[in-house]
Write a protein of this length. Structure first.
Ligand code: SF4
Ligand code: SF4
Ligand code: SF4
Ligand SMILES: [Fe+2]
Lengths: 457, 305
């Protein structure tokens, strides 16, 4: 049997490889998306003073540190029995949207778009954001500008643009000053204008793309608030692959709905529904589950998205567009929050003290999907058990099946060309997998695409 | 000028920190050609003839080690970029457990896993310990920070590319902090989440474990500025790096004792969870562990028993 390897999969966060096994007739026998790193957070957080978790867990991932920071802080709020005041809650929501602006902008413009704008079969050296700087400088500049908005908000509200520090048990460590608000609001309006203009490009992005590439069918999971789109403070809904509701949860009851499992060829854990059915999370899942986005530009974009793909979308490549719809929603919601007089309130934190509950479960929608931080502590607040459910693990079965589906169509006569290999990677990229999040990096591999003969497995 | 970014065991935050130069990045890519950076481009292996390579992340398995050796060979100048590369960073906390325990726990020991779940076998194994990159290869420069901050990178990177060496502040976080000491009468140790600190006075003086005095600066004392104690993410201060008899833990205890008039023994009794509060960013560093007075060895031994 012959094995073809793409390693590392590039333009994704973290490192992973694709392995394709061919039988003697040079047909694809099977293919896997495999991750060669392991996260140890669930173990090495044991014993930690739980209030350190919101500062340690952002280091799981440098692209979505804010999501970990917030989910962790929410769990610790519950443990110390404190509820953030209104302004504290709104500042956290602002952070959650700033996270999506930066992460979606990186993914859409810098990681995924080069495949569509420069061409998925263009030379590897130009098929990236640097190529875009040369070939589509206006788009590259806009991408830099909107992403900067996300990072500037995170810095002003969260303390630092990467690995923020200011979500503390009971709220936020400092209020937002009026001068900061004014400056951020001006940036946010400009960002929103860029995002709005960008839709003209985004909506056509998939026009020439075979939407069948990497097709899979699964159920979906995502948070909604009163049936509408939200990133936090909502109910997590689950549907089967036929779109029928399969239940919901808001806290520790998540345990009744999902189970984790593992495979010998990957450090990435897999998550499925307790019924055994597989599901996906992330932009596409959230759009499949919500009634509407709640803001005008995003709602108009959602309407177009649905007119094109339907109200319940299975094709993985559609996630590229779903992500843009969310990006619009986050830009709009950011302007709303910054215009809200409560955002500069000075009561941002309820003082915390002793342990009130020995368990806390923080749930939030991270850019890549539902994120759960579940801590159990002793009576002094030292962690005894820790469970982290991150987006990429919940998508790992779908990614893996998409890879095999795509490989079957792309290996011809036992050969996977560089361009065809990149098409497999394109499908992977549509999921925007985050390997650091999913495993935490403790090992990485990189070799060129290679065909190894006669590997016995 | 050809530059590269290699990623070992880290979070990609250091690469994002480079993207966080925003439009200033455009000037850099005008002068320098990025030839290898797997997070943003499809080149699958570092080419020969790299002028400056930045290596981010720590070394935790054999593969990290091989990547490090390869990039050392292919780059004229190699820069340890970020606290993980310089001191092991957060990945170093995995030293608190043996690799076997860690893997067993992650796949079989958490709430939503099964006791008989598959343990991945067709994957690269761990090294017996974590390393900072400087523990295993010669480095030309170190840039600390988790991640390094924009305002410094804007100065450092253009200078590096121009072949210049800058004289930058080498002081501690305290030296960048605007807080005043105030009274320390009735000093009592507090957990970092307890109550609400006042904005004017030194957090350490208020009873919070703020590591500013033992931590290398260049973050503008970002956390104390936001009313949050420093937890040392820039790595150790210069005096601790230079003096064998100085370590993060003993210097903090000495500082609190000087400040409060309590004996060191009394102060030590108040400390809790030393691994995650004092050493979350340095526990994987061989240099830090090798200090005779470091607590790291005890902490690792205690946990892996
Ligand atoms: S130093 Fe910090 S930002 Fe850089 S890779 Fe390590 S954890 Fe991430
Ligand atoms: S100990 Fe902390 S609060 Fe006090 S001066 Fe130093 S950095 Fe500032
Ligand atoms: S104050 Fe301390 S923890 Fe905060 S960014 Fe600076 S070095 Fe890191
Ligand atoms: Fe992530």
């Amino acid at each position: 049997m012959t094995e073809i390897t793409i390693s590392p999969v590039t333009r994704i966060e973290g490192h992973a490889r694709v392995r394709v096994w061919l039988n003697d007739e040079k047909q694809v026998e099977r293919a896997h998306f495999s991750v060669v790193e392991l996260r140890g957070f669930e173990k090495f957080l044991i014993g930690a003073a739980v209030e350190e978790a919101p500062r340690i867990t952002p280091r799981i991932c440098g692209i979505c540190p804010t999501s970990h920071h917030l989910a962790s802080a929410m769990a610790v709020d519950q443990i110390y029995g404190v509820t953030p005041p209104e302004t504290g809650r709104k500042l956290r929501e602002l952070l959650a949207h700033a996270q999506c602006i930066h992460s979606h902008a990186i993914h859409f413009f810098m990681l995924a778009a080069p495949d569509f704008l420069i061409g998925h079969d263009a030379p590897a050296l130009s098929r990236n954001v640097l190529g875009m700087v040369k070939q589509a400088p206006a788009i590259a500049r806009n991408a830099i500008e909107v992403r900067k908005l996300g990072q500037r908000i995170t810095e002003a509200v969260g303390g630092k643009p990467i690995h923020p520090s200011n979500a503390v048990p009971g709220g936020m460590s400092r209020p937002l000053e009026e001068a900061q608000r004014t400056a951020l609001l001006a940036m946010a309006k400009q960002g929103l204008a860029i995002a709005g203009e960008g839709w003209a490009l985004a909506r056509t992005l998939l026009d020439a793309t075979d939407m069948n590439l990497g097709a899979v069918e699964t159920g979906f999971m995502g948070m909604v608030r009163d049936g509408g789109y939200t990133l936090s403070d909502g109910t997590v809904q689950i549907t089967g692959k036929d779109g029928k509701p399969l239940g919901s949860f808001t806290g520790a009851d998540y345990v009744q709905h999902i189970r984790e499992y593992s495979e010998p060829w990957s450090y990435l854990k897999f998550v499925k529904l307790s019924s055994g059915e597989h599901y996906r999370v992330g932009p596409q899942a959230r759009l499949n589950l919500c009634r509407g986005m709640g803001t005008p530009l995003a709602d108009a974009a959602l309407k177009e998205y649905r007119a094109r793909f339907g109200a319940f979308v299975q094709a993985p490549l559609a996630a590229n567009l779903a992500r843009y719809v969310e990006f619009l929603a986050s830009c709009e919601r950011t302007v709303q929050l910054l215009e809200d007089p409560a955002i500069t309130g000075t009561k941002v934190r309820e003082p915390a003290g002793k342990v009130v509950n020995t368990r806390g479960v923080g749930i939030l929608e991270a850019p890549r999907g539902t994120l759960i931080h579940d801590y159990t502590v002793d009576e002094r607040g030292f962690i005894r058990e820790c469970n982290l459910i991150v987006a990429t693990c919940q998508n790992s079965w779908a990614i893996d099946r998409s890879v095999e589906q795509a490989a079957r169509g792309l290996v011809t006569d036992g050969v996977l060309t560089e361009a065809a290999g990149n098409r497999i990677e394109m499908v992977i990229r549509s999921y925007d997998p985050c390997i650091s999040c999913a495993t935490h990096a403790i090992g990485k591999r990189a070799v060129a695409i290679e065909v190894l003969d006669a590997i016995n497995i | 000028m050809k530059i590269a970014i290699e990623e070992l065991a880290g979070c990609s935050g250091c690469t994002i920190a480079v993207l966080d130069l925003h439009e200033a990045l455009l000037e850099i890519v005008e002068k320098a050609e990025i030839v290898y950076a797997p997070v943003i481009m499809d080149v699958k292996e570092p080419p020969e003839g790299i002028d400056i390579a930045f290596v981010t992340g720590a070394v935790r398995n054999r593969e990290n080690e091989e990547r490090l050796k390869l990039i050392r060979k292919r780059a004229k100048t190699l820069v340890a970029f970020g606290t993980c590369a310089c001191y092991g960073g957060i990945s170093g906390l995995s030293m608190l457990d043996s690799p076997e325990h860690l893997i067993q726990h992650v796949f079989r020991g958490v709430t939503t896993t099964e006791a008989d779940a598959v343990i991945p076998s067709d994957v690269p194994p761990f090294l017996y310990r974590a390393f900072a990159v400087g523990d295993l290869a010669r480095m030309d420069y170190y840039i600390t920070g988790c991640p390094p901050k924009e305002m410094y990178l804007k100065k450092i990177l253009p200078a590096l590319l121009a072949g210049e060496v800058l004289a930058l502040s080498k002081k501690s976080v305290c030296s960048e902090c605007d807080r005043i000491m105030g009274s320390v009468e009735g000093w009592k140790m507090k957990r970092r989440h307890e109550g609400v600190p006042d904005r004017e006075h030194c957090l350490l003086g208020q009873g919070y474990l703020c590591l500013g005095a033992v931590t290398f600066g260049r973050c503008g004392a970002s956390c104390p500025h936001s009313n949050v104690p420093c937890h040392g993410c820039n790595g150790p201060s210069l005096d601790i790096l230079r003096e064998p008899c100085r370590d993060i833990y003993n210097m903090m205890i000495r500082r609190i004792a000087d400040l409060t008039g309590h004996t060191e023994a009394e102060i030590e009794k108040e400390m809790y969870d030393v691994a995650h509060t004092f050493y979350p960013f340095t526990i994987g560093s061989l240099i830090m562990e090798d200090k005779g007075i470091s607590k790291i060895r005890d902490l690792v031994r205690e946990r892996s028993r």
